[in-house]
Ligand binder design. Structure first.
Ligand code: GLN
Length: 565
């Protein structure tokens, strides 16, 4: 059966929420019975975002197969509940690397290697790759950047060629633009969108659907104007209003019939027959949204990290808390605290009223002592604690120093000559000098100890979790930590690497070497986040620090008011 390809481009400005629109459309089509995946093409030269600082690019998202990818893939997985892979995120750097490697191996048989056709062909190859597996009915392809960017041009040309080759019943272009409101004129302006569509037309692409980001409802006359001047049907001009929560967007899109237009334009009824449902079944989603919007209270959790000034640096962690909060009937207020500001003196002031403390993943020494101080405070006061990756490593360092008496214990990442290297480089990492794609990446097996908290939380003996790190708990020094009461409740069976630590005497003290935040999805928050939030709620209730629901979630959503249950 022919796979359908939907290309989503952007115009006017970046940051309009293309990823969320792709994820929302994907979920609507999935709930109409189709098998959907979403892929992102990023026009930058890095081969992947793995070498970029979180301040540059936000969080790096990791897939099961160990790809370091754009954070939009996190949205795709959370909205669709389906894992992505390396093939779901391709950059210009990767495309060129492939082409240059082929050239070096002589694959082009003496030809001059050029942007047209070789780079464009390579892009087309990746655009079609997931479709050719036969695993999907629909491939949604998001193109990073905006129409007209110099570096984006090869992607637009690749889409043009594919539309020509596969035909209009199999391909679709959705263009996302900004329709700004001009205070002085008192109206929404269609001109930037017209210009952006003209730019696309210059590359031979006529959008089928316009999704217009705006901060107020779209008046009928502006809609008609956009339709007329951009050559799309009026009903295919969709308003993407600012929403209180990204999880409302699928319902906003459904209300305006985005999935219906896509289904009609791509003649899906003829091609997919009875398997295509007449309307997306969003009952489960609405139930989730109701939980999200009507929390019984607010629980305050402190996130101690190094990149807190960037709103997207801990994206999967903050989204996991939103999803786990909804599951527990509460709103999680995540207070991000810069670790380098924490000292023994002010730790009580900064963390005192938190119902739980999460120490975040990270690289490099800045703020390490603050993280260790936060952990000491959590351990000594029996406040629910959750350490992820570097957060777990810091918990081990703190315990070695303050419970085992190894004052100078450290990770060799921060002190190469420490007498007590409780965290140390993996043997095979010692030979590696190149930075890109060389960490322990992707899904590895973890066996859980029977009777441990981790075992009870997962309800299973064996799990697979995603990794992104170079350093490990040092097995040679494990004995001392164990003597003082630290339990190693999750271990990689093949290599005997510690994956999970616990302090069983405390109410909830868990550290994990992997990244559970990558595996939360709507209605299915990761069990470790779920149980941590549950522990924080219990602690807040016990210490009478549960707060009234606040924040935007308190307001009733108009989509919920109108949604059928
Ligand atoms: N810097 C640590 C390591 O490389 C932790 C990495 C992380 O937190 N993702 O092992």
């Amino acid at each position: 059966m022919q796979t359908k390809y939907i290309f989503v481009t952007g115009g006017v400005t970046s940051s309009l929420g293309k990823g969320i629109i792709c994820a929302s459309l994907g979920r609507l089509l999935e709930n109409r019975g189709l098998r959907v995946t979403i892929q992102k093409f990023d026009p930058y030269i890095n081969v992947d975002p793995g070498t970029m600082n979180p301040y540059e690019h936000g969080e790096v998202y990791v897939t099961d197969d160990g790809a370091e990818t754009d954070l939009d893939l996190g949205h795709y997985e959370r909205f669709l509940g389906v894992p992505t892979s390396q093939a779901n995120n391709v950059t210009t750097g990767r495309v060129y690397l492939e082409v240059i490697n082929k050239e070096r191996s002589g694959a082009y048989l003496g030809k001059t290697v050029q942007v047209v056709p070789h780079i464009i062909d390579e892009i087309k190859h990746w655009m079609l790759k997931l479709g050719e597996t036969g695993d999907y009915d629909v491939i949604i392809t998001e193109i990073g950047g905006t129409a007209g960017d110099i570096e984006g041009q090869p992607y637009l040309e690749a889409i043009r060629q594919l539309r020509y080759e596969l035909g209009i019943r199999n391909t679709l272009n959705i263009h996302l633009t900004l329709v700004p409101y001009l205070e002085a004129a008192g109206e929404l302006k269609s001109k930037p969108t017209q210009h952006s569509v003209k730019t696309l037309l210059g590359f031979g692409l006529q959008p089928d659907i316009l999704v217009c980001r705006m901060d107020r409802p779209l008046p009928e006359d502006v809609k008609r104007k956009l339709a007329l001047f951009c050559n799309v049907e009026p009903r295919a001009v969709i308003a993407s209003l600012d929403a209180e929560s990204i999880y409302e967007v699928p319902l906003l899109m459904k209300e305006q019939g985005l999935d219906t237009i896509v289904v009609e334009r791509l003649r899906m009824e003829e091609d997919f027959g009875a398997k295509l449902l007449a309307t997306p079944d969003m009952d489960g989603w609405v139930r989730f949204l109701r939980q999200l919007k009507e929390p019984a209270g607010t629980v305050r959790i402190a996130l101690v990290g190094k990149y807190v000034e960037h709103q997207d640096a801990y994206k999967s962690i903050s989204e996991s808390f939103i999803l786990a909060g909804a599951m527990n009937g509460v709103e999680v207020q995540l207070d991000q605290i810069l670790s380098e500001n924490i000292t023994q003196k002010n730790v009580k002031k900064l963390l005192g009223d938190a119902a739980g403390i999460l120490v975040a993943p990270g690289f490099g020494g800045r703020g390490i002592e603050g993280k260790i101080e936060a952990i000491r405070y959590a351990r000594e006061n029996d406040i629910p604690f959750f350490g992820i990756c570097l957060g777990m490593q810091c918990a081990v360092i703190e315990f070695a120093r303050n419970a085992c008496g190894w004052d100078t214990a450290h990770s060799t990442e921060f002190d190469a000559d420490t007498a007590y290297p409780v965290i140390d480089l993996m043997e095979e990492q010692k030979k590696i000098s190149a930075k890109g794609g060389t960490m322990r990446l992707g899904a590895y097996t973890c066996e859980l100890q029977e009777g441990s908290k981790a075992h009870a939380i997962y309800g299973r003996k064996t799990v697979k979790e995603r990794h992104r790190h170079r350093y490990e708990l040092n097995n040679n020094l494990r004995y001392k930590l164990a003597e003082q009461g630290m339990a190693f409740t999750g271990v990689n069976p093949k290599r005997d690497l510690v994956e999970i630590i616990e302090l069983p005497n405390l109410r909830h003290f868990i550290g994990v070497q992997f990244h559970p935040e990558y595996k939360s999805s709507v209605g299915n928050p990761h069990p470790l986040f779920n149980s941590f939030v549950r522990a924080c709620v219990a602690y807040a209730t016990e210490t009478d620090s549960m707060q009234e629901p606040k924040g935007p979630n308190r307001k009733k959503s108009r989509h919920l008011a109108s949604a059928k249950m």
